[in-house]
Design a protein around this ligand. Structure first.
Ligand code: HEM
Length: 119
């Protein structure tokens, strides 16, 4: 659920709440009413409008960091161990499944760490 909501924030940032798109709307309105702002001012306003939505990206990011930390701590308590794709006697399907998990975990951890670094 956290992941889905985080993806929603990215989706919104790329679509309806895209800063260039919102800046164009403000530009068009001002233009029709005989006013104007410089492009960087339009972008500034667009970012301000987007901010309350994007703040949620960061909140959800922290929640996901917490959840993933739990996921990585659990094997130390003997539950939810990571599965080894190099174990012997695995079928091709099982190998594929286990590698998929490993690649997924690496991808998410890289996203979380880079997210934390940006913050
Ligand atoms: C699975 C985890 C994550 C994914 C998939 C993800 C995805 C993204 C993407 C795609 C962008 C670039 C958006 C764009 O430029 O269009 C971004 C930017 C950003 N993310 Fe994340 N993120 C994740 C985790 C986090 C975490 C954990 C944090 C911090 C707590 C975070 C904070 C940020 C910040 C501050 C930006 C830059 C916003 C800006 O340039 O104004 N992200 N993230």
């Amino acid at each position: 659920m956290t992941f889905l909501l985080l993806l929603v924030t990215i989706f919104l940032r790329l679509t309806w709440m895209n800063k260039d798109y919102m800046a164009d709307i403000i530009y068009a309105y001002l233009n029709n009413t005989g006013q104007s702002l410089r492009r960087e001012q339009l972008i500034f306003l667009a970012k301000q409008i987007r901010k309350p939505m994007w703040d949620w990206h960061i909140y959800l990011g922290y929640v996901l960091v917490g959840l993933f930390s739990l996921r990585f701590l659990l094997p130390f308590f003997g539950t939810l161990k990571f599965q080894n794709p190099l174990a012997k006697n695995l079928s091709l399907k099982q190998k594929f499944q286990k590698w998929t998990y490993i690649i997924f975990y690496i991808g998410v951890v890289v996203s979380l760490v880079t997210g934390l670094i940006i913050v």
